[in-house]
Design a protein. Structure first.
Length: 189
């Protein structure tokens, strides 16, 4: 079994109304990488507990309370329960990113098949790649367990980068070959 991780448990209590406070706290906890493990109970690696200042402020604003508990499992079974909960959440996120990489590559393939070699399309695809790259960085920061899916996702994002580079070369060649290519402001590429 991998090395034991120290965990932080958060017991969050908020009034049911107005719901915006609950939603804001839920979103912030998810952003930090915390995983819900029960009603009002969240889990995250102790190494990430420093990210909770905003959560505390949101709970306070919502007239709620939060108890932060350091948790070091006493036996392998307890460690497995916590690790499995955290791993399931991270694996789901990695799989979603990997799926989106596939969608990105399919989109590039469609643009090439249609021979849609425009600077506007290249810029749009570049923005999509930047979103995948930012997402990868966020997930890497959360994944203290360094799951295999993370390595796969990093490889898939690198594949997307290469694929966009290939598409950029095709766009550049098409723009260069187009009549009146010196007038890029004409809208015709």
């Amino acid at each position: 079994m991998p090395e034991v991780v120290d965990w932080t448990l958060l017991l969050v209590q908020l009034p049911s109304e107005p719901s915006r406070h609950r939603v804001a706290v839920w979103r912030e906890l998810r952003r930090t990488g915390a995983v819900p493990i029960g009603a009002g109970t969240w889990l995250l690696p102790a190494a990430h507990a420093g990210l909770l200042e905003r959560v505390r402020a949101l709970v306070e604003r919502g007239d709620g309370s939060v108890a932060e508990i350091e948790a070091r499992p006493k036996d392998p079974g307890a460690e497995r329960v916590l690790r499995d909960a955290y791993t399931a959440a991270r694996s789901d996120e990695w799989r979603e990113l990997i799926t989106d990489c596939g969608k990105f590559e399919a989109e590039i393939h469609r643009e090439i098949a249609k021979q849609k070699f425009t600077l506007g399309e290249l810029e749009e695809e570049g923005q999509s790649l930047e979103r995948l790259q930012r997402w990868l960085q966020v997930l890497q920061a959360r994944d203290v367990l360094e799951l295999d899916e993370g390595r796969v996702a990093a490889e898939r994002v690198a594949d997307c980068e290469r694929r966009l580079g290939e598409y950029a070369e095709l766009v550049a060649a098409a723009v260069e070959a187009a009549p009146g290519s010196a007038d890029l402001g004409s809208g015709r590429y």
